[in-house]
Design a binder for this molecule. Structure first.
Ligand SMILES: Cc1cc2nc3c(=O)[nH]c(=O)nc-3n(C[C@H](O)[C@H](O)[C@H](O)COP(=O)(O)OP(=O)(O)OC[C@H]3O[C@@H](n4cnc5c(N)ncnc54)[C@H](O)[C@@H]3O)c2cc1C
Length: 288
């Protein structure tokens, strides 16, 4: 008997990244051996925005295909379009479809130093519309959203208006940027629903694994670091295991609150670390 009554089950998914080109691909498979044991609803695979210019899209396709065919779980390929042409995208979609990968996270991506953006796609919404027109319903299309607003948007309301255009172009689900204060996510959800964005929205959670990594991410995406989080970083910055355990506890508490709030799903930025994903999974499994 279900203990959830009629409550809709929340999705629990992971993000991983493929190893850099000069690293052996096997490292990601070692992580996947353990991550797939945790039975996430899907695993998404990041892709460097350099796209076909540096071949990083091939590794994304390879790893997403392995998730689908070797591990028999749902794989999602990230596709940042800023340095892609329409022909590149069509080629990538063909390869993914050949391998049974039918889920795409459609992204704009950020400029890569030394590369001139291609002219085919200016916003992620252009990519979403292109994939939808080309493939009709053969692909499920995911896209990104930003609880504190995207760093280039003048304010959250403008960003949400742009998000609505992206969703209207054919998005099926949204996954949020990482955040450390759930109140930002709840405020964003209210505004997004008020703006007529009705697709499911998964909350992106990144546990701290080390101080440098968190500081780099925060600089890149502009997420606010709450005081209690800063205290944890300051106290344990030179004790890697203590910082890791505090990070697991902090992320778990965030997730428990999000699930109690009834969110559509939790997307864990695993940083390819099965230990952390396992600890969090074990605690929250019965809450989904
Ligand atoms: C879950 C998640 C996964 C990610 N994975 C990757 C990855 O694998 N590889 C990678 O390179 N990057 C990745 N990113 C980062 C992402 O590429 C950057 O945040 C990028 O700066 C924006 O991408 P987007 O798809 O959200 O862009 P968009 O939706 O195009 O938005 C970018 C900016 O343009 C504005 N905008 C959008 N549409 C319009 C419009 N029609 N008119 C005017 N302004 C508009 C928005 O308000 C926003 O400020 C990821 C981000 C998230 C949240």
């Amino acid at each position: 008997m279900s203990t959830n009554g009629d409550r809709k089950r929340a999705i629990f998914s992971f993000e991983i990244f493929p190893p850099k080109r000069d690293m052996p691909i096997d490292t990601v498979y070692r992580a996947l051996d353990e991550l797939t044991d945790l039975e996430p609803d899907f695993i998404s695979v990041t892709c460097g925005a350099g796209g076909s210019a540096d071949g990083s899209n091939n590794r994304t396709i390879e790893v997403a295909s392995a998730i689908q065919n070797k591990y028999h779980r749902e794989g999602i390929a990230h596709l940042p379009c800023i340095h892609f042409t329409r022909a590149d995208v069509m080629e990538m979609l063909d390869k993914l479809e050949e391998n049974g990968v039918r889920k795409i996270l459609a992204l704009r991506g950020d400029r890569v130093a030394g590369l001139t953006p291609k002219e085919d796609f200016h916003h992620a919404s252009d990519l979403v519309a292109f994939i939808r027109a080309l493939s009709k319903d053969r692909f499920q299309i995911f896209a990104a959203c930003y609880p504190e607003g995207h760093t280039e948007a003048p304010d959250l309301d403008t960003d949400i208006r742009n998000l609505r255009k992206k969703v209207d172009a054919g998005v099926d689900r949204l996954i949020s940027q990482l955040f450390f204060d759930n109140e930002f996510f709840y405020g964003f959800l209210d505004k997004a629903r008020g703006a007529g964005i009705n697709v499911p929205i998964e909350a992106g959670i990144m546990p701290i694994t080390n101080k440098k990594q968190i500081e780099r991410m925060v600089t890149l995406c502009g997420a606010t670091l709450p005081r209690k989080f800063q205290r944890v970083l300051a106290k344990y910055e030179s004790q890697p295991e203590a910082l890791r355990d505090a990070g697991i506890a902090f992320a778990t508490e965030q997730i428990v609150d999000l699930l109690a709030h009834g969110v559509d799903g939790i997307h864990l930025y695993t940083m390819n670390n099965p230990y952390i994903a396992r600890k969090i999974s074990e605690t929250i499994r019965t809450l989904l």
